[in-house]
Ligand binder design. Structure first.
Ligand SMILES: [Zn+2]
Length: 399
């Protein structure tokens, strides 16, 4: 599990006071690291956050005063900011702002997944407010209901159910578009009635643009995050840890008023800088819970179709991800793609499978091959199997 996914689990283990303190720290860190244009009302917001922070500590173990609170947000491990600092928590390995006050990749992720007041924050707050209005429009959030800690399952369920209401074909096309094209021109969006109706796409977040331009991650196509450096340069990187590590990291420098990108990682090809004007993008949560998990599904589909197999994506609503057959052969595969190693999730899926556990084929990405033994223990005693994408492609090729 990545450090960020582990953090989401760790947040669920916090008590109510620790969660309230975390909320306050996240919103304050977002406010501190926002650009000047978003700074209106910043001091008031910071003071509100400190108020909530102090209340979460109680009287026996008083919280630090305002100035110390702000100083500690820089460079402190998340666990060390909370009352009764949780021990051996994944939150002990993450920080919200680095020593220079730059936002970490954990900050936005925790804001989306785990904070109650993050819709108030500058930057990512606009994405979160958009998600809330979308969930309200499809009947998943009642007016005035608590907006906190929306799970990935809730968001997927709401979005897919709303798309299915437009018919099966619109559902498949809409879901595929959200995976393949997490950024669209307004003109492209207007040609897709189901997606327009759903209202999933919104303005490109101020946190993922600079100087009126944005650039797409070469791996997922979504808008990379912009981090302003003190020397006037801007760093762009994918919000996905793995994409960033694999090379979706660039530095933008202004040369005679013209921005140029230079690679900071392994990937030498440099993405194009595109005007923000005329484009819309998925908000963070939909990229995290629809685009990212779908990438391997559509890529597998493409690879198998190129080999002559027939593939249906997301058949029967959402029972599983791909139905694979080979013309002239009696074999078929019911494939459920899992993008992270989760033995508990496999067992859950087996219990829910409408056709029983038999023959479901769980596919994990090749980089998780090391987890196969533990995942296989999760399906022991059933007919279900666990393999990697490479294994599946080889198996279909041999059929
Ligand atoms: Zn990416």
């Amino acid at each position: 599990m990545s450090a960020l996914a582990a953090a989401a689990v760790a947040v669920r283990e916090l008590d109510a006071d620790q969660r309230a303190a975390l909320d306050a720290c996240v919103v304050a860190a977002l406010a501190l690291s926002s650009s000047e244009g978003e700074a209106r009302g910043r001091t008031r917001l910071l003071m509100e956050c400190h108020g909530r922070y102090v209340r979460s500590f109680g009287v026996l173990d008083p919280a630090p005063p305002f100035k110390v609170f702000l100083e500690r947000l820089r460079g402190s491990r998340v666990a060390d900011l909370l009352p009764r600092q949780p021990r051996e928590s994944a939150l002990g390995e993450l920080w919200l702002l680095d020593d220079d006050g730059m936002p970490s990749s954990a900050l936005n992720r925790i804001a989306v997944e785990a904070a109650e007041y993050s819709h108030q924050a500058p930057g990512i707050g606009a994405d979160i407010r958009h998600l809330h209005s979308l969930l309200r429009a499809v009947g998943m959030l009642s007016e005035g209901a608590g907006l906190s800690r929306i799970s990935g399952e809730t968001v997927q369920h709401a979005v897919f159910r709303a798309l299915r209401a437009a018919g099966f074909e619109a559902y498949t096309q809409g879901r595929e578009a959200m995976v393949r094209t997490p950024v669209l021109t307004r003109r492209e969006l207007s040609r897709n009635a189901a997606l327009t109706e759903l209202g999933a796409y919104t303005e490109i977040s101020p946190t993922r643009q600079f100087g009126g331009v944005w650039a797409a991650c070469p791996m997922c196509g979504w808008t990379m995050r912009a981090i302003y450096r003190s020397n006037g340069a801007v760093d762009l990187e994918c919000e996905d840890e793995r994409h960033s590590l694999l090379g979706a990291r660039y530095r933008a420098e202004s040369v005679a008023g013209d921005w140029r990108l230079a690679p900071r990682g392994e990937l030498r090809a440099v993405p194009e800088l595109i005007p923000v004007e005329g484009h819309v993008a998925l908000p963070y949560a939909l990229w995290l819970w629809v685009t990212l998990p779908g990438l391997l599904e559509v890529e597998l589909r493409d690879r198998l179709v190129a080999m002559g197999a027939e593939v249906r994506l997301w058949p029967f609503g959402d029972a599983y991800d791909l139905h694979v057959t080979v013309p002239g052969r009696s074999m078929s595969w019911r494939v459920d793609v899992k993008t992270w190693a989760d033995p508990y999730g496999l067992a859950q899926k087996l219990r829910e499978s409408p056709e029983g556990p038999g023959k479901l084929c769980f596919v994990v990405p090749e980089h998780l091959r090391g987890y196969l033994p533990v995942l296989r223990r999760g399906v022991l005693g059933t007919e279900a199997r666990v393999l990697t994408d490479i294994d599946l492609v080889a198996e279909v090729g041999r059929a």
